[in-house]
Design a protein around this ligand. Structure first.
Ligand code: PLP
Length: 282
């Protein structure tokens, strides 16, 4: 694989980052994951807007312009013959003597790499996810997409240990989100419920698109926190993320939802989302 590191496109084994990089020492950095369909970028402006916000919340400068960032993405697609998959981009504050205060005048580090992956036709979408409930042990600024992912990684491992595919994390008796996705239930009367935007969750780019598509399809939407009890009583459920689009959930906390297969609303939103993503990709 060819990867991008600080201005250069190099084979992955030749890529180098300083041991003093604050991404490595402090998880002082942010990232984005953009999906690729038919060799094109899905929702790229949305990811650039969120990246700018994450950087600004951490008082970091953008390492390159949006145009340059787009050009780097395109070159990685070409260099790696990518038709379907993901491009991961990471900006860290850069290398400096280890100190808790932000260093001034250091150059941020920029790393990008691609991952080939079948996104649209995946067996998981037919099967649906099994979800475990796990305490949300993350920090208080989940709206910033930082690279400190050990807490959600631990939550996902706890779910796997219970034989589930992923965790929905619980704080103050309400679900925040999945370990790497936003969480939704569909009530018995057909309304979609998903947590409202705040510092408690990541503001998903896929979430914004899916809620817009649901509104256009005249599906009722309630943006509010929901309880584990509501999830267990749901008609159906699903998650959204750039890397999985809309992924149906068929079991929560050991309770089978509906008939145990992906629900009609999740399936419909997945189809609508993928159709639009393909048509609008750049
Ligand atoms: N929530 C968390 C914690 C995430 O890590 C992610 C994405 O990886 C999402 C939600 C979904 O965001 P997006 O739709 O922008 O990928």
């Amino acid at each position: 694989r060819i990867v991008y590191v600080n201005g250069e496109f190099v084979p992955e084994e030749d890529a180098k980052i300083s041991v003093f990089d604050r991404g490595f020492l402090f998880a002082d950095g942010v990232y984005e994951v953009t999906s690729i369909l038919d060799g094109k970028l899905v929702d790229f402006p949305g990811h650039m807007t969120r990246l700018a916000r994450s950087l600004s919340e951490l008082e970091m400068d953008a390492p390159v312009s949006d145009e340059e960032m787009e050009a780097i993405h395109r070159r990685l697609i070409v260099e790696n013959d990518l038709t379907e998959g993901l491009i991961y981009l990471q900006v860290t504050r850069g290398a400096a003597d280890r100190d808790f205060t932000y260093p001034v005048g250091v150059k941020p580090s920029l790393v990008l790499f691609s991952q080939a992956k079948q996104l649209a036709d995946t067996p998981m979408a037919e099967k649906g996810l099994k979800i475990a409930f796990v305490e949300d042990i993350r920090w208080g600024r989940r709206d910033i997409k930082t690279v400190q992912l050990l807490a959600p990684s631990m939550c996902k491992m706890a779910a796997k240990a219970q034989g589930c595919d992923d965790a929905w994390m619980i704080e103050d008796e309400h679900i925040t989100e999945g370990t790497s996705n936003n969480a939704y239930i569909v009530t018995k009367d057909g309304a979609i419920v998903t947590r409202n935007l705040s510092n408690s969750i990541l503001h998903g780019i896929t979430r914004a698109a899916v809620l817009r598509l649901a509104a256009e399809a005249q599906i009722r939407i309630e943006e509010r926190p929901f309880t584990p009890e509501e999830a267990r009583n749901a008609q159906e459920a699903f998650v959204t993320a750039a890397s999985s689009f809309v992924m149906p959930v068929v079991e929560v906390d050991g309770v089978t939802l509906g008939d145990g297969t992906p629900g009609p609303i999740a399936k419909r939103l997945r189809e609508l989302y993928i159709a639009e993503a393909r048509a609008a990709a750049i």
